[in-house]
Design a protein around this ligand. Structure first.
Ligand SMILES: Cc1cc2nc3c(=O)[nH]c(=O)nc-3n(C[C@H](O)[C@H](O)[C@H](O)COP(=O)(O)OP(=O)(O)OC[C@H]3O[C@@H](n4cnc5c(N)ncnc54)[C@H](O)[C@@H]3O)c2cc1C
Length: 410
């Protein structure tokens, strides 16, 4: 028997900041909206996030609760614990296959977010080894400490943001160190590369070395020189030792994590023989970075482009969040890894675009889309957390590519 089809004007996959912001804006303009998310509760990655921003705390859970409340008041149907695994266009309608039946709609917005890049390390299958995102969810969503004393392997923006959250939540960290060198870690194992990442974050840093030294060095392109001057014992960021000249060689233990073997490295990330020692910890968080979670766009037939500044392969899309596949839109981290505030602004832009294409905005459609594009640019320019350098330029390149191919009718 064919499963029952449930029809709506707009299906949104993903109840994170992008999906929830789009849903409330689209419902406000009269569309019936269904949001589907496989996590047991809505909010996406915002549920575990908090940052100190210009003297106040940005608490993701609070923003998520406000958005959920708005959506419920507008009659948006939010279906959690439902996984989307397929999409097919039949007679101008998308059939969206899920673990709980099939939904249909003329328009679908994919707001599926980002996923973590795995970082294979010797000993990473031991219980007590987790991704940095899992440590964030355990601590900030489920209020369970991942262990008594842990170590973060991998230096990137996500690692720094979550280290701060763990430390505020009372989780003890022995330090943040580099991954072992080799083809799997690539540039992530080089002290110079990591210092460049941190310099981009110097405005956030509590340490004067990073705050002032970082700014000057970044401006002068001095990462190579500064990395060799970086103290071998590391510097303390929010009481967490950050060690850019130390790498994790292996994670050790019999049936759970008991220690990590650390060693000093030279500027090329190579181990300095004889410097190996053991650090006793009972959990390890691996921080390999993020990539856009975009498989559903591929299933729907959307072409992809490779943009390292935005996290890797992502669905080709216009500045209005349209894809080349009719009736398919994207917003949030699926279009490139940026902060939750940017994702929210992109969700509102996608909703303006969808409502304009659906004809429910009348003659105001174009004006509202242009205003929403301006808002995304404004939020992006003031975003405190920037996962990669060069995001605005990379975005401009994508939109130019879109104009040259699709708008020019190629
Ligand atoms: C582990 C991790 C930690 C992060 N921590 C921070 C941080 O501390 N600070 C920060 O600024 N940014 C952080 N980010 C970046 C974060 O992704 C953005 O801040 C923001 O949450 C992106 O919003 P979004 O709506 O695009 O996606 P998300 O918030 O990721 O929401 C996407 C939703 O889509 C759902 N979904 C995905 N695929 C399917 C499917 N097939 N079927 C049904 N549902 C699906 C997911 O369950 C999820 O709820 C983190 C990202 C990750 C992956």
């Amino acid at each position: 028997m064919k499963p029952k089809l449930q029809q709506t004007d707009l299906i949104i996959v993903g109840a994170g900041p992008a999906g929830l912001s789009a849903a409330t804006a689209a419902a406000d303009n009269g569309l019936s909206v269904t949001v589907i998310d496989e996590f047991p509760e809505p909010g996406g990655r915002m549920l575990g996030q908090f940052h100190e921003e210009q003297g106040h705390w940005w608490v993701g859970k609070r923003i998520a609760d406000e958005l959920i409340e708005k959506n419920r008041a507008q009659g948006v149907s939010i279906r959690c614990g439902v996984s989307v695994y397929g999409m097919l266009k039949v007679d101008q309608l998308w059939e969206v296959s899920t673990s709980h039946g099939t939904w249909t709609a003329p328009r679908v917005l994919l707001a599926t977010g980002a996923a973590e890049i795995p970082m294979p390390t010797c000993g990473w299958t031991l219980p007590g080894v987790m991704s940095i995102g899992a440590a964030q969810v355990m601590t900030n969503v489920h209020y369970v400490k991942p262990g008594k004393r842990g170590l973060i392997i991998g230096v990137n923006v996500l690692a720094m943001a979550i280290a701060r959250e763990l430390s505020v939540s009372g989780v003890m960290l022995a330090g943040i160190v580099l991954p072992p060198g080799g083809p799997l870690a690539g540039k992530a194992a080089l002290p110079r590369n990591n210092l460049q990442v941190l310099m981009g974050l110097s405005h956030l840093a509590p340490s004067p070395i990073l705050r002032f030294g970082g700014k000057i060095a970044y401006a002068l392109g001095m990462a190579g020189i500064v990395s060799s001057l970086f103290p071998r014992r590391g510097i303390k960021l929010w009481d967490i030792p950050l060690k850019l000249r130390t790498a994790a060689v292996s994670i050790n233990g019999t049936d759970r994590v008991e220690s990590v073997t650390l060693a000093d490295v030279n500027a090329k990330g190579e181990i300095i023989a004889g410097s190996e020692r053991e650090e006793a910890v009972d959990f390890v968080a691996l921080a390999g970075g993020l990539y856009p979670l975009a498989e559903l766009a591929s299933v729907a037939g959307c072409p992809f482009i490779y943009t390292p500044e935005l996290g890797g392969h992502l669905p080709l899309h216009s500045e209005r969040m349209q894809t080349p596949v009719e009736g398919l839109y994207v917003a949030g981290n699926i279009t490139g890894v940026e902060s939750a505030l940017v994702a929210m602004a992109q969700g509102q832009l996608a909703a303006a675009s969808i409502c304009s294409d659906a004809g429910v905005l009348g003659e105001d459609g174009d004006r509202k889309v242009v205003e929403a594009i301006g808002e995304v640019q404004r939020v992006r320019a003031s975003a405190l957390i920037q996962f990669h350098p060069g995001i605005p330029e990379a975005r401009r390149k994508i939109y130019r590519m879109w104009q040259q191919t699709y708008e020019a009718g190629v």
